[in-house]
Design a protein around this ligand. Structure first.
Ligand SMILES: [Ca+2]
Length: 493
């Protein structure tokens, strides 16, 4: 991967528009990292760098655009906005796999799911691959984890390598917000304990995952969900997304796998979107309690806070609900890196970043050397200097059955290439111009004049598969049969 990234870095032009030779790119990168470290943190050669506390906050199923700070007028997230006001919010940010367990495994190892044997939900990270808690514990941090884990157990009943597990709550028929309240409480109790070491705390919240209930999960909680999150009479509902209407030439693959809601009319779809945003607001308020606690213990100037989510939510885009697809709705996730008084402040709509980058990033700020074979890269160089050399693509994957293999997404600066595996047939290919067609409706894969772009993306994918060992890691069988999906959601009440 590193070799591939450097190869793409070599294609970056210099200030005169001429390609930079690789030695020049590496030298500039080293210089930029060194210079920015000195300037931003104020370290001098005589001072040992002070290690920050590290706090990772994750939500479950939160779209990259589900925050008011990035311009979404249909919800208010004052606490994510507050966090972003002290750091960088990446919007070209993609999960490694738009599903819970594989994405979370990448977050805590910096590797792709196929490297760890986490091809489906409820699978464990392959033994011998260091988890973030182990790295931080071994570096002298007090490492603790509160909330959902899912690698393999949803709640870490058997512990997590390297971490002190702070709560062992389960859903037990509760709304996500009530489970999240217990997680926040456990995390705040931990924060308020006296300690000699810096802390590394992960707070893993569930909302807005409760949107899965009105999308069709059979649950006795459905009525409570609509009572809490449903619209009151006369309130303005969010509009349908611009890509609600399906493309005329949409591949059959999508129609076969799309969650079905044949009884939903426009009003029901808009109520669904409305309820989702209320769930995001609920979890935002709980994140606010956590941020307040960091301030209360006087750690806000010495704590690096990272916020992200495991995957997005269709929310009606392409009439999709849930995850397991590569449109931006499902595969793009918010990523905020924030250290009050240290990180610059901006919304970064340029750099392509991935879940696998989080581990190298927090290690970089904490002065910890990550394992040499992690796939992600520290974001610190581009946080501190947006002009620093950076990669030209990110990849996301989805595993099917061992026989069917995997589907992939390659996102480059301008385009998105999706390759969907299908049985007994060539894969389905999609190619979107993300500048001219951000709604991802106009598939360019069959256009003659786009052939060179298509082939370039095929080549990137094949090189990535080779470099990351994808081909030598066949898909593992799912540990349990997929839960029968109830296709018809009940009408809102
Ligand atoms: Ca999830």
């Amino acid at each position: 991967m590193t070799a591939r990234l450097e190869q793409f870095a070599e294609q970056r032009p210099n200030a005169k528009g001429q390609p930079c030779p690789s030695w020049q790119v590496r030298w500039i990168a080293l210089l930029a990292v060194f210079t920015c470290s000195v300037v931003t943190t104020g370290w001098t050669a005589a001072e040992a760098p002070r290690r920050p506390n590290v706090l990772i906050i994750t939500t479950d199923q939160q779209r990259v655009d589900a925050a008011s700070v990035v311009g979404n007028p249909w919800l208010k997230t004052p606490n994510l906005d507050r966090l972003a006001s002290q750091g960088v919010y990446f919007t070209k940010s993609y999960c490694s796999y738009p599903l819970c367990s594989p994405s979370r495994a990448s977050l805590h190892t910096g590797r792709f799911p196929h490297e760890m044997g986490v091809d489906h939900n409820n699978m464990a990270i392959r033994p011998g691959i260091p988890v973030s808690g182990e790295l931080f514990r071994d570096a002298g941090y007090e490492a603790a984890y509160a909330g959902k884990w899912h690698c393999p157990a949803v709640y870490p009943t058997e512990g997590i390598p390297g971490f002190q597990v702070l709560n062992r709550t389960t859903r037990q028929g509760k709304l996500a917000r009530d489970v999240d309240a217990a997680t926040i409480e456990a995390a705040i109790d931990f924060l308020k304990q006296p300690r000699q070491k810096p802390f590394y705390l992960v707070v893993s919240l569930i909302n807005p995952h409760d949107i899965c209930l009105p999308a069709g999960e059979a649950s006795p909680l459905l009525e409570q969900i609509w009572q809490r999150y449903g619209p009151t009479a006369g309130i303005e509902l969010p509009p349908l997304p611009p890509n609600f209407k399906l493309a005329d030439n949409e591949p059959a693959w999508l129609g076969q796998r799309r969650p079905k809601h044949p009884d939903w009319d426009e009003s029901q779809w808009r109520r669904y979107i409305y309820a989702y945003y209320r769930m995001v607001e609920d979890v935002d308020a709980q994140i606010g309690q956590l941020l307040d606690a960091v301030k209360e213990i006087g750690a806000q100037n010495n704590t690096l806070i990272v916020f992200t989510s495991d995957h997005g939510e269709g929310l009606g885009c392409h009439q999709w609900t849930g995850k397991m697809m590569f449109f931006d709705a499902e595969a793009a996730v918010p990523l905020i890196v924030s250290w009050e008084g240290v990180t610059p402040t901006r919304i970064d709509r340029e750099h392509l970043v991935s879940t696998v980058d989080v581990l190298p990033t927090i290690c970089d700020y904490a002065g910890i050397k990550p394992p040499s074979d992690v796939r992600g890269q520290s974001l610190r160089p581009i946080i501190e200097n947006p002009g620093a050399p950076w990669r030209g693509f990110v990849v996301s994957e989805i595993a099917h059955t061992p026989a069917l293999g995997r589907s992939f997404m390659v996102r480059t600066a301008r385009y998105k290439y999706i390759r969907l595996a299908q049985a007994n047939s060539e894969p389905v290919e999609l190619l979107f111009d993300m500048e001219g067609d951000p709604a991802e409706l106009n598939n360019l894969a069959g256009k003659t004049d786009m052939r060179p772009v298509l082939e370039e993306h095929r080549r990137i994918l094949e090189q990535w598969r080779e470099a990351t060992g994808e081909k030598s890691n066949p898909v593992q069988p799912s540990p349990k049969p997929a839960r029968p999906q109830k296709q018809r959601a009940k009408k809102a009440t």
